[in-house]
Design a protein around this ligand. Sequence first.
Ligand code: KG4
Ligand code: ZN
Length: 353
Amino acid sequence: MYILGIESSCDETGVAVVQAQVSGTPVLLGAALYSQIAMHQDFGGVVPELASRDHIQRVLPLTEQALKEAKLSLQDIDLLAFTRGPGLAGALLVGAGVASGMAMGLRIPSVGMHHLEGHLLSPFLSADPPEFPFVALLVSGGHSQLMRVDAVGQYELLGETIDDAAGEAFDKSAKLMGLGYPGGPALAALAELGNPKTFALPRPLLHSGNLDFSFAGLKTAVMVQHRKLGVQPSHAQLADLAASTQAAIVDVLVKKSMAALRQTGLSRLVVAGGVGANTSLRQHMNAACATMSARVHYPELHLCTDNGAMIAMAAALRWQAGLLPMTKPGQRHDYSFNVRPRWPLDAIDACAH
Ligand code: KG4
Ligand code: ZN
């Protein structure tokens, strides 16, 4: 079974081909990615209309590139997978429309995938894939969630952010400090040069007794500290503020993840989503998991942020689990499609088409 996956939910166009057998971990054969970061940089954030228009231009050349790397042609593909949500409506429609159109032309099935399920299952693309069950910390630009994962498709929400996502906390703090967009990697790089103990920033909901997060207050505290530094803070002061901000976010994410492991009694953790690329988060998570004799799994660094491989992989794992009825022999293919800009992961099967 060859699966072509298309991701277009936000500011990355990703296309990838995965090969799946009835059992065994599916294999990534080819992948191509285009990031729109440079285009959105001038605006300090993603401009949805520009994002959609750019996806339209990129998706077919990227498809050719991914197929070439996989040494396959479009006619070899058995299943088209696209990101159905959550994400920007116009951007999602590009991937959904192209995938459904290609599937119709090829007379093969197409399936709309959940973006967060893609992130969640992305460590299966690594050399050290996790075993079920596990706790997953999903930390991206739009989401911060702790999930209990018992099997492919069996997700229970344990806790989530009540306001900003962890990636948003990185991005908004970075913006306040004049570090540009996307702020996460920029703030992380500056933090390397600073002292994380310089500013005592809040750790919201750390002792709330539940597994929810809140990051909006942290952003305000960063703003207050930044103002106190005056109009032209030195590079060293900014580095200290960046390090202190990162430490506050990492501290909350690590402690809540450990609480989730304790609460569920599980001993495996998966950290996925763009913020999962953060070096300090990985270091602190590794150390905390070691003290609890828990194992932690991450996607490959380049597969933490959005990409097509995670969408193709999620479809492959769903197919192996028998969760894709449209791939069963004799099925009439339905090429109507829709997108779900808002779509909670624990409601994933409530509206499958
Ligand atoms: O998963 P992703 O690519 O897109 C969403 O689904 O949102 O995550 C993007 C987020 C952004 O907020 C970005 O700043 C953050 O991940 N990010 C990082 C790092 N790399 C990406 N945050 C902290 N440290 C990093 N190294
Ligand atoms: Zn994402």
